[in-house]
Design a protein around this ligand. Structure first.
Ligand SMILES: Nc1ncnc2c1ncn2[C@@H]1O[C@H](COP(=O)(O)OP(=O)(O)O)[C@@H](O)[C@H]1O
Ligand SMILES: [Mg+2]
Length: 506
């Protein structure tokens, strides 16, 4: 049986078709506290009306008159006055409810929601108002009842928020907030859920810029499901690169030089001794030995390739071998923690994404969920900066869905993130964002984010998120649950590090 929380009443121009007010029962049973954001229902002439409390107004006739307040203030003993005038009894609270629609139930099974209809007639004054039951809210939002990803509870209730994995991951996802808003924390909650699933989970590939997720490898339950690759040993297979890719990595190479390079590559790949595999120094040797080319073109080309070779990235073989490391329900972490050069990081991400997307299109690796931390570094808005890896990330965001390659972009600066990519992120998990430019950029990239939502986003606390888009039928605020497994570094304070430093020296 649902809990009654109040009674619909007539107040100013309400109820109308889009809103209704109700007087909140003062004495709540079951400890329910009626608050903004609570989903409520009432029976209207059209049927089961579902709504959400948008505002709460407290009225007290007694304190609406200036003279009374003056008398109240000046009285030396307000308790005497309280005895004469029961001012507390004058207080009542009105909740203003935004109507979301009429729920039609299945005739055979009245517990099951069939569809949501638009309203065309107001709520009935005098009708009781109830808290919406968990089962109905779950169906309305589109959460799962068992198999979903448990990210926490629906705000203002204790109902579980179990996100349907298909709905979340068959289109792309963005996780956005200020720095320290809880993005990485939420991501590890998602990973915990994905790695604990019984079956049918995509391979997770995580580009871990700060090495924040390496602790997961130490969790006994996940140990066998996680492979960590440090980019110190990352190697690009040079023979996988076309002349144009070299230009992308070294944009000083001229068009004439590219044409020459292209010829060399075609010849070298035929070299039987090399068996189609060569390193960048093999390529340079090959060019050096060629007697035909114009000497200055040759020298310039070798110069640029030499500069690239100093990045220590281009070998004959790929490491790790990307074709072999993706497994259903498992995770690969690529840690960029030790890398300082942003160009090198972008080249690694570019190569990785290009290869993974190619292998996926060829159906040589399982469907994957590619998580990119600090995405604004790898896929920035053109007006702000350039990035080698931008084009492939935009391509995956536009076309990945067809091939079940799901992208998750994480960023603390949405404004710096490519609009093209951001507008393709169908689901969004938004934690606190304060910067007005970032909020405006978000509103521009998604019409679902109205001014009202933007205002609410700017007041979210740590661990509170707004989930919207493809994953749910209606935007919903969620209290993100705590991690089941802890990162050791999480609680280490500056003072502790300094103290251990002293001990180390002694
Ligand atoms: N859902 C949550 N529950 C409890 N603590 C949280 C939660 N989300 C974030 N935090 C706290 O906030 C800190 C910063 O979160 P983090 O995910 O590192 O932020 P971001 O990645 O957005 O910069 C975390 O170390 C953690 O202590
Ligand atoms: Mg983070």
């Amino acid at each position: 049986m649902s809990t009654k929380v109040g009674t619909v009443f007539s107040f100013q121009d309400f109820p109308n078709v889009s809103k209704f007010p109700f007087i909140i029962n003062k004495k709540q049973k079951n400890g329910i506290f009626v608050r903004k954001g609570l989903f409520v229902s009432t029976k209207s002439d059209e049927g089961y009306l579902l709504g959400i409390i948008e505002e709460i107004i407290l009225l007290n006739e007694y304190f609406s008159d200036g003279l009374t307040i003056k008398a109240y203030d000046e009285n030396k003993n307000p308790n005497i006055l309280k005895g004469l005038f029961p001012s507390d009894d004058f207080e009542f609270a009105i909740a203003i409810v935004k109507c979301l629609g009429i729920i039609e139930f299945n005739k055979q099974n009245p517990e099951l929601m069939k569809k949501l209809r638009r309203m065309s007639y107001p709520a009935t004054p005098g009708a009781p108002v109830y808290v919406v039951d968990e089962s109905i809210l779950t169906q309305f939002i589109g959460f799962d009842t068992e198999d979903g990803l448990d990210v926490g509870t629906v705000k203002v209730t204790n109902y579980k928020a179990l996100i349907n994995m298909d709905r979340l991951l068959n289109k792309h996802l963005a996780i956005l907030s200020i720095s320290g808003g809880g993005k990485s924390y939420l991501t590890s909650v998602l990973i915990e859920e994905l790695l604990s699933r019984k079956n049918g989970t995509p391979a997770i590939v995580l580009i871990d810029v700060h090495g924040e997720y390496l602790y997961l490898k130490d969790v006994p339950q996940f140990k066998d499901k996680i492979q960590v690759y440090d980019t110190t040993y990352f190697q690009i297979s040079t023979s996988n690169l076309s002349a144009w890719t070299f230009r992308k990595y070294q944009n000083q190479i001229s068009h004439v030089q590219i044409r020459e390079l292209s010829k060399y590559i075609q010849e070298l790949i035929k070299d039987e001794e090399k068996n189609g595999k060569y390193s960048l120094s093999d390529l340079m040797d090959f060019i050096e030995e060629d007697p035909d080319t114009n000497k200055s073109t040759k020298q310039a080309l070798i110069g640029w390739l030499n500069e690239l070779d100093r990045l220590n990235l281009f070998g004959a073989m790929e490491n790790p071998k990307l074709k072999n490391i993706l497994n259903e329900g498992e995770m690969v972490i690529l840690s960029l923690e030790k890398e300082i050069s942003i160009r090198k990081k972008q080249i690694i991400v570019d190569y990785l994404c290009n290869r993974l997307f190619y292998l996926r299109r060829m159906d040589m690796v399982p469907p994957f969920f590619l998580i990119v931390e600090e995405a604004h570094q790898f896929c920035p808005e053109a007006a702000l900066s350039k990035a080698i890896s931008k084009s492939i990330l935009e391509t995956i965001s536009r076309e990945g869905r067809k091939f079940l390659a799901c992208l998750c972009l994480i960023s603390q600066r949405p404004k710096r993130l490519s609009t093209t990519a951001l507008s393709q992120m169908n689901s969004k998990m938004i934690l606190n964002i304060k910067n007005p430019y970032d909020l405006k950029h978000l509103m521009d990239s998604s019409e679902a984010i109205t001014k009202k939502y933007a205002d609410m986003i700017s007041t979210l606390g740590v661990g509170e998120m707004l989930l919207m888009g493809n994953a749910v039928n209606y935007p919903i605020f969620i209290d993100v649950r705590e991690r089941h497994f802890k990162s050791e570094s999480e609680d280490i304070s500056l003072a502790e590090v300094c103290q251990h430093w002293q001990e180390k020296l002694e």
